[in-house]
Design a protein around this ligand. Structure first.
Ligand code: SF4
Length: 174
């Protein structure tokens, strides 16, 4: 997976983050929105109707959110499905989007770890995780769901925490 594929391309997405995700009224969002409910600013052609004035409208959370390319990948992975069509399609798209975003987040973290002074074991483990996260046959909705519900996300978070703790100890001598 190239770094380019971790870049969001809203033009090739059907506004999945603007529907699938919930947000609470706060300093970052000027109103509440439930998960699965389309944002009132989403236009009929799935674009943000207030894109150029997000911060002015108290929607800095939208400006800073990054799907890491999950939106356009899921849209391409499930061609012909649209969340507006029916509840089953919407659920499948939202669930797949959530799992794909998780995979992309891990790939981004592991790619950044290439710059860190990993020891040999950690380098091998990092490479193994990257192979798992980038299967040769690509991802499908079913395999993404299986990954998300497996023990692997927890295991990978634990690995990242362990490596981070070791490197901090190395840096600060603790
Ligand atoms: S304000 Fe725009 S970017 Fe934010 S959720 Fe609504 S449509 Fe999406």
């Amino acid at each position: 997976m190239s770094i380019d594929s971790l870049r969001a391309d809203c033009a090739r997405c059907t506004g999945l983050c603007c529907v699938a995700l919930a947000f609470d009224a706060s300093a970052s969002f000027s109103f509440d929105k439930a998960a699965g409910e389309a944002c009132p600013h989403l236009t009929n052609d799935d674009a943000c109707g207030v894109h150029d004035e997000l911060c002015a409208r108290g929607l800095s959370g939208c400006a800073s959110y990054d799907c890491l390319g999950a939106g356009q990948h899921v849209t391409a992975m499930l061609p012909g499905l649209h969340w507006r069509d029916d509840e089953v399609s919407a659920r499948l798209l939202f669930d797949t989007f959530r799992a794909m975003r998780l995979v992309h987040e891990f790939v981004e973290l592991l790619s950044a770890a290439a710059q860190l002074p990993l020891n040999e074991d950690e380098r091998h483990e990092r490479d193994a995780w990257l192979r798992t996260l980038q299967p040769e046959e690509g991802w499908a909705a079913e395999t993404l769901s299986a990954f998300e519900h497996s023990a692997m996300p927890l295991q990978l978070r634990a690995w990242l925490a362990r490596v981070g703790a070791r490197l901090r100890a190395l840096q600060f001598g603790k």
